[in-house]
Design a protein around this ligand. Structure first.
Ligand code: F6R
Length: 608
């Protein structure tokens, strides 16, 4: 969702701000803006793409050696230029990510003090509040600290002032914000990708931190406003992962990066030569030792990774496992069990619903928390006791692909680790599972090689309005993921069902116009799936079946078959999701939708 970038340097920062905002575009936004200090405050804002705002800044000849920029995804107030950030009050300009809960009370109070509002945003309240506190004469940092102490809600803020042209001040609570350390220049950003071209040395601000940046230094202050030292990290985000290279879309690139992403994610397991608790953090042996059950919390695609893992955790580790959509869990009266392991899954590590579900679980006394996440130092892993980072690399396409398959790999490793701790994994089985993991990148590559056949199917899907996806057992979540991918990027309405459930209602939808995609691996449920296919065929439904090469499944009238590689056993869902990702990608391409930035969606969902 919204993104922040800021720079204070001995050079023109406008190109840095624009470049940073472009790198934040993937998060989803509908307007953007910059404000710089050069004598006074100059601001440029536009709805639409960053490129339009950039063109306006160029035309207006905006240059300065300090400034802030923002991409906005509308929450409070529509998509208009006056609602776009930065917001200005007196001599200050400010950008904000997050939501201020008490903005209405503050708005009334500030109006009574004589402030006039130009936007419908909660953010403008903060700008006026800082200006109000500036009048007490303590300077910009003090004014920011006084203002945030009166706010309720979530914020990452960067503020510049006409009257203090040599400093920028920032604050963080509930939304990610990091400071980038350069040579004679410093930066602020909500996401390291925005500044990685200038520096990789970053400080992740902690909850309640404020900081002051000058060209020559950065001072961070803790909750009590005392100066604090924060660790400097060196980001390993690669520039290549932020660029398209030879691909047409990030989604296409990320689908094809999966063999590498999986190889990187299993590296730690291979280094340890087995499924050891240390894969999940230093005190994992103690935390995982006698867990009574597993509760997985996540949203969207990450939730489907959790649903898949339930089959493994119950089947292999013998532990009861529930999987719940985070936004549901957080609002119900859950029964606490201190021995239960809470597992949150999140690509971004920022998803507000997942974060709040985690906080809720902790408030119930659930201390055993593990985060599976793709973004180092993001909020959810930081709030968890144990962490396992997937190594998918930056995922830019809004539709999650390589994050999903690497999450599955991490969850499989967790399953095997729990099984081993519980004495349910003998050496021979462990060796077999390790071998299957080692072969997985190659198996994925085989599935990727099916792209020309999948593309031919996708061309037929392009004219359809609806599609059904069927799967059974551990492949049912893969059907769900296939339907989600198709609807979010091609806007074709798609639903997924466990194949056995069809006759209990959805079969009524089936006719010649409804393509039915079936995930049909060569597992113990294959014969059942074949019967379900007959049920659909008998009603004139057109079938598109992804069947393992060794499943003995051939095409027939109305039944199209793509043979996926041989059945890979327990890791089969990770292979079977590849063709459904490609189906969605090519269907979207054929329909001419914006594959990487589907309408109405954002990459990091940091609001409720
Ligand atoms: C779908 C998709 C979303 C995310 C969901 C959770 O392709 O990407 O459904 O999976 O918003 O996001 P994370 O994993 O960042 O918590």
């Amino acid at each position: 969702m919204c993104g922040i970038v800021g720079a204070i340097a001995g050079r023109d920062v406008v190109p840095l701000l624009v470049d940073g905002l472009k790198r934040l575009e993937y998060r989803g936004y509908d307007s953007s803006g910059i404000a710089v200090v050069n004598g006074g405050v100059r601001r440029v804002r536009r709805t639409g793409r960053v490129a339009e705002m950039e063109a306006a800044a160029l035309a207006e000849g905006v240059h300065a050696d300090m400034g802030i920029g923002h991409t906005r995804w509308a929450t409070h107030g529509g998509v208009t230029e006056s609602n776009a950030h930065p917001h200005i009050s007196g001599g200050i300009a400010l950008v904000h990510n997050g939501i201020i809960e008490n903005h209405e009370q503050q708005r009334e109070r500030l109006q009574a003090l004589g402030y006039a509002f130009e936007s419908q945003t909660d953010t403008e309240v903060i700008a006026h509040l800082i200006d109000h506190h500036l009048k007490s004469g303590g300077g910009l940092l003090r004014a920011l600290q006084a203002a945030v102490s009166e706010l309720r809600g979530a914020y990452a803020l960067a503020v510049v002032s006409r009257d203090e042209p040599n400093r920028m001040v920032v604050a963080r609570m509930g939304c990610p914000l990091l400071v980038g350390l350069g040579e004679g220049e410093n930066f602020v950003a909500s996401d390291v990708s925005a500044i990685v071209q200038s520096t990789r040395r970053v400080i992740f601000l902690e909850e309640g931190d404020t900081a002051e940046l000058t060209r020559d230094g950065v001072q961070v202050f803790g909750v009590e406003r005392q100066p604090v030292e924060r660790e400097v990290h060196v980001s390993d985000v690669s520039l290549a992962s932020l660029e398209l290279g030879p691909y047409s879309h990030f989604m296409q690139k990320e689908i094809h990066e999966q063999p590498r992403a999986i190889a990187d994610t299993i590296e730690a397991v291979m280094d340890e030569a087995g499924f050891v608790p240390e894969l999940f953090g230093a005190d994992a042996a103690e935390v995982l030792a006698d867990v009574s059950s597993v509760q997985i919390l996540a949203c969207g695609t990450s939730y489907y990774a959790g649903l898949t893992a339930r089959y493994w955790i119950e089947g292999i580790a013998g532990l009861p496992c529930s999987v719940e959509i985070a936004s549901e869990y957080r609002y119900r009266d859950a029964v606490a069990d201190p021995r239960q392991l809470i597992v949150t899954i999140s690509q971004s590590g920022e998803t507000l619903d997942t974060m709040e579900a985690l906080k809720y679980a902790k408030s119930l006394g659930q201390e055993r928390t593990l985060s599976i996440c793709n973004v180092p130092e993001s909020a959810i892993p930081r709030a968890s006791r144990l962490v396992h980072y997937t190594r998918a690399g930056a995922e830019i396409g809004v539709a999650s692909t390589k994050a999903f398959t690497t999450q599955l790999v991490a969850l499989f490793s967790l399953t095997c680790t729990l099984a081993r701790l519980r004495g349910r994994l003998d050496e021979a089985t462990e060796a077999r599972h390790l071998d299957a993991l080692r072969r997985l990148p190659g198996d994925i590559q085989h599935a990727l090689n099916l792209e020309p056949q999948v593309r031919a199917w996708a061309d037929r899907f392009a004219s359809k309005h609806h599609a059904l996806f069927l799967g059974r057992g551990v492949h049912y979540p893969i059907a769900l993921e296939g339907a989600l991918k198709l609807k979010e990027i091609s806007y074709i309405h798609a639903e997924a069902y466990p194949a056995g459930e069809l006759k209990h209602g959805p079969l009524a939808l089936v006719d010649a116009a409804m393509p039915v995609v079936v995930i049909a691996p060569n597992d113990s449920l294959l014969e059942k799936v074949k019967s379900n296919i007959q049920e659909v065929r008998a009603r004139g439904g057109e079938m598109y079946v992804f069947a393992d090469a060794d499943a003995g499944f051939g095409p027939s009238e109305g039944v199209h078959v793509i043979r996926t590689p041989r059945h890979v056993g327990v890791l089969s869902p990770i292979v079977h999701v590849i063709p459904v990702q490609m189906l969605a990608y090519h269907a979207a391409l054929a329909r001419g939708t914006d594959v990487d930035k589907p309408r109405n969606l954002a990459k990091s969902v940091t609001v409720e």
